[in-house]
Design a protein around this ligand. Structure first.
Ligand SMILES: N[C@@H](CCC(=O)N[C@@H](CS)C(=O)NCC(=O)O)C(=O)O
Length: 267
């Protein structure tokens, strides 16, 4: 049996796949792509993932794409320990959460990470001409448009305040469903926890932790989830040290703008 993961250590949707692989105690090979250098656009990688995004999993020669499809696949093929609730209503609720993270949280976190950190990193790595070439290579026109406008406008982009409002709503939902439960969907760690934790850590790291400072249930859940991930002893589980240093430097620089956005969202 062979498993190979094409991923980026910094990518939130790749992290959730790695956490599921760890939960299942599976061994895997990996190729870490540098997304800022555009390694996702390499012709060889495009053959595996025509959207030019990570992650992609290869299992015994079969290509599986899309992080949520990958984690569901892993749970089907390697059912022990199960990462789905037994109860079918709880299972449907878990899938609804996975959908909210894919459709709402993922693009919002992408916009905000880009506005606060990644566009500055890109500017330091690429010339304006190379930057235009990079944009041209983005396969999905919506993603391309989003990145280009956020690149120019940063946190001033309308998409940025919409993204914070979207995150606030999903975190409210997490707070409601979490209730007295240990994990998001019950007593058992599930695909929903593995999915939510990397995004919550990214939201925290880009200076938006205040979104749950009045939600002790969410705080406690996050502490438990971090402890769980730390127990995997996975190298660079949350991304590289240098990435974190860079993130906190840029967050410091945007501190006032971030506070302003959080303020708007609360009124
Ligand atoms: N729906 C896809 C989203 C994948 C995605 O957006 N991946 C990001 C990293 S988290 C990426 O590869 N970005 C490359 C780029 O922006 O060019 C999934 O869940 O697998």
């Amino acid at each position: 049996m062979s498993l190979t993961l094409y991923h980026s250590v910094e990518s939130t949707c790749s992290q959730k796949v790695r956490f599921v692989l760890c939960e299942k105690k599976l061994q895997w090979q990996q190729t870490n792509l540098n997304l800022r250098k555009g390694e996702q656009f390499a012709p060889e990688y495009l053959k595996l993932n025509r959207k030019a995004v990570v992650p992609t999993l290869i299992h015994d020669g079969e290509v599986i794409r899309e992080s949520t499809v990958i984690i569901e696949y892993l749970d089907d093929v390697f059912p022990e320990p199960s990462l789905k609730p037994e109860n079918l209503h709880a299972r449907a609720a878990m899938r609804l959460l996975l959908k909210a993270f894919d459709e709402e949280v993922h693009p919002s976190v992408g916009i905000l990470s880009y506005a606060i950190v990644l566009r500055h990193q890109m500017n330091s790595l690429l010339t304006p001409k190379q930057m235009q070439e990079h944009f041209k290579k983005i396969v999905d026109p919506m993603r391309r448009q989003r990145q280009q406008s956020t690149h120019i406008e940063g946190l001033e982009a309308a998409a940025a305040s919409q993204a914070v409002a979207t995150l606030a709503k999903v975190i409210e939902l997490l707070s409601e469903i979490n209730g007295e439960k240990i994990w998001l969907c019950g007593d058992q760690f599930s695909l929903a926890d593995a999915t939510a934790v990397p995004y919550m850590i990214r939201i925290k790291n880009i200076g938006l932790e205040a979104l749950w400072d009045d939600k002790p249930g969410v705080q406690k859940w996050l502490e438990r989830a971090i402890e769980r991930v730390d127990s995997y002893a996975l190298e660079d589980a949350w991304g590289s040290e240098s990435f974190h240093t860079m993130v906190s430097d840029y967050v410091q620089k945007s501190k006032q703008e971030i506070q302003k956005l959080l303020g708007v969202c609360r009124t």
